[in-house]
Design a protein around this ligand. Sequence first.
Ligand SMILES: COc1cc(/C=C/C(=O)SCCNC(=O)CCNC(=O)[C@H](O)C(C)(C)COP(=O)(O)OP(=O)(O)OC[C@H]2O[C@@H](n3cnc4c(N)ncnc43)[C@H](O)[C@@H]2OP(=O)(O)O)ccc1O
Ligand code: AKG
Ligand code: FE2
Length: 408
Amino acid sequence: MLSVQFPLCIGNTRSHHKEYYSCHSKTVSQKRNKKIIMAAMINDTANQEYDRSKEVKQFDDSKIGVKGLIDSGITSIPRIFIHPPETLSDLKSKRSTRLPDSESNLIPTIDISGLEDSNRRSAVVDKVGRACREFGFFQVVNHGVPLEVLDRTIGAIKGFHELSTEEKMRWYRREMGSGVSFLSNVDLFHSKAASWRDTLQMTLGPNLPELEEIPEICRNELVVWNQCAKQLGEQLMELLCEGLGLNAGKLKDLTFLDARTMAAHYYPYCPQPDLTVGITSHTDPGVLTVLLQDQIGGLQVKHGEGWVDVKPVPGAIVINVGDIMQILSNDEYKSSEHRVLANGCHDPRISIAIFFNPLKRDSLFGPFPELISPEKPAVYREFIYTDYIKRFFTKELDGKSLTNYYKL
Ligand SMILES: COc1cc(/C=C/C(=O)SCCNC(=O)CCNC(=O)[C@H](O)C(C)(C)COP(=O)(O)OP(=O)(O)OC[C@H]2O[C@@H](n3cnc4c(N)ncnc43)[C@H](O)[C@@H]2OP(=O)(O)O)ccc1O
Ligand SMILES: O=C(O)CCC(=O)C(=O)O
Ligand SMILES: [Fe+2]
């Protein structure tokens, strides 16, 4: 086992950290929540006395990721992972007001088979358009990707993250370099608190990295998944365009199918899931995200003032609208804030996101002219992607500020 070089535990030895939260399905009592928030506040005061940047750097330099911390035997989380009381109380209130099961599967699951039939296609377009307008999220089934491909891809990513810490360190870097990198928390140095996940990032398009640069344990599976996800992405872009009354090929023409990045996340068991999160609330910057998740659960989408679960549906693929799509659609479609709760389940959670971005970076992007009218004037000004993505990297994962920046 590797020795871990930085202070591992918060000074607080509360007993609740030994508890096992069953896959986010249980609510926690208000009394205990109060204790948790109090503990976080105490730690927040203590935070003023410790050198946070130093501990963040030590964690990054150790290259062991969150999985490495858990493997080292910790039973409470290092303080750099403890989120501020406002984030924690929001988690608390949403967990304790979860809807009964019958009402909680609000995110639509859409069967996208049979699109060659024009009646069926317009029914599907209608459902997709409504989901994009109301939630910015939906799941697709009967999508044509063989279920073994989904299972094998998730299995291969799990395999990568469960390689020995020493082996994974080879890929640990913040820059994409050769097109592949393993890291913990893409925004580690920009955020107020770190989150309980590790990620394998890879550039998928326009070209895959050299094959020998891709970890062997997931190489074949990622090559296949990239092809399937690209085909599915194309179909979805068509449906999204048609849902706005536009030509099916508009997004493809703007090169949104060509620049794809993958973030393959691993959310290890967290001994104190009420003190941190798996991924903080954010919106995705691209046009569209195709997300594969396993059956553990924990992904939530903001809807009105509350959060709704994106419940795992066997064989389904999650699709969400990104910020650029919201802008292009002149606010018809929603790029919704979403987050992942820290995983209190002893099995790790795996998810694989593919983000679709434009290959043509110097073109002007803005609301489609067809969607601008005297009744619905342009909500956003035009911008070039290079400017847009630089802004993305100068903020932490903090919700809607990127689209707000371009609002007229
Ligand atoms: C690190 O600072 C951050 C990070 C974040 C992270 C937010 C999230 O994690 S959102 C939830 C999960 N999303 C992701 O993991 C994003 C996955 N990545 C992508 O989809 C894409 O990489 C992209 C972010 C959309 C950019 O795609 P693309 O345009 O194809 O990318 P590049 O050509 O590689 O880069 C464009 C431009 O940005 C610079 N850049 C790339 N990566 C980083 C980085 N990690 N840190 C800083 N700058 C980066 C890159 O150098 C390019 O600049 P040029 O001048 O060379 O054109 C939130 C906030 C943060 O501060
Ligand atoms: O893990 C998930 O389900 C969501 C990941 C995500 O939101 C992202 O990578 O942008
Ligand atoms: Fe996301």
